[in-house]
Design a protein. Sequence first.
Length: 487
Amino acid sequence: MPSAPQTRRGRSAVRAAQWVSRAIVPLMLFANVGCYWLALYLVLHGRPAGDVPDDAWQLVAVSALVGFQAVWLVWLRPQPFGTVVASLLLWQAAVLISDWETLAVQPGLLFALFVFAAERAGLRRWLVVTGGVVVTFATLVAAYALHAPLGAAPWRAPAVLIGWALVAAATVAGPAFAGAWYAGLRARAERIAELALRASSSEAVRTAEAVAAERRTLAQEIHDTSSAHLAALLALSAAAESTAAAGGAAHATLITQIRSEGERLYQGFERMLNSMRQEDRTVTETHQPGVRPGQHSVSELPALVEEHRTVTGADVSVWNVPAWHEIDHRLGPMRAHIAYRVVQEALSNARKHADGAAISITIEDDGSELLLRIENDPPPYPDTASRALRGLSLGYGLEGMRDRLVAAGGSLRTGPRQNGGWSVNALLPHPPHQRRARRRGVAPHDVQRETDEAHAEPSQGGGSIGADSTNAIADTSRPVIAEGAHA
């Protein structure tokens, strides 16, 4: 922040500039007349008597002309062209009446030429300046012819003509070039200021987009971490409440399962917070690229399915081709985590909306992309627990799945089945380096998977918060199946 003396100096400079802009006409009036009288005094005392005309009418006429030229500056801003032409004509009329040496310096004329050249650009500016130089040169020649002794023709002295040409160029073209130079500096400063403003605006937009991406990633990770376990806790709590009267081993088993789900939920939040710290690039030696803590894989899906069977008692069938570890190897860490999250969210939704319904999971990898199909039957009985779970849905599951898949170049289709159940179909392509390796005939295991993942799929905004990097740049080498197409 500027200090108080600097602020006062800045305000004083602004007030002084405003006062000068308002008082420019009287200032130029006194400057024109003062310069004329000073030059006349110096010439009269520097030359023999009689060389300079000093008639009273000439002094009054010239003083009136140069004063009237200063008054014309009132119209300089609205009519710069007319003001410059009037200033040149009035000055040249004064030169014809008096000696040019006493009128060589006229601040009002110089100021008018400077402002005109600074405010007007293009061919018209230089046409006016060139015409002013030519007319001023002719005026100087005519003034010499009027005041020179008889028989001293000016065209017989080339040196005199060259000197007058230089005087005309210095008087008219000099301030015009200075004004054009000032206009160029001003335009350059304005361009720099505009570029700086545009750069700051772009930086603000990029920062806002990065923050929004991090917020979406954080919300998605919180949802994935908490939704399934919270749903399980609610289902187990309802079951425990219904068996509380009976007691016995079944009741103790439900309490144990509730505690286990709570511990998993706590561990999930702990992993998410640790991942947020390790993904913070502002903390030294915390950000490490590659596989992130808490990142899941396709090989963990059997444990997830078994957990769903244990909690809900539903029949879950799984069919996968090829083996789990081979799918993980083909997908890479980031896409394997996406596949796990898709299946997890589909099972969580089935638990909320069709508790106890049979579920079939199909995972098929054809070498270039992975197909995930999770289908559940209608709920066998719409009990109270199922209705409670449906009412407590966060409403971010399908959107989160779609965001994850689209970020990796995949697609998602969801909808009801003919038997009244629900179907989730996800298509997830392999990483670009895997497909390029296959096209070149290189075995996928010969490719450095983790290094290529880190370079080929950078996350948006310089790093994501959470266990995965679902904001990676989408692979556009193959068209994405639109919403509503059959997988």
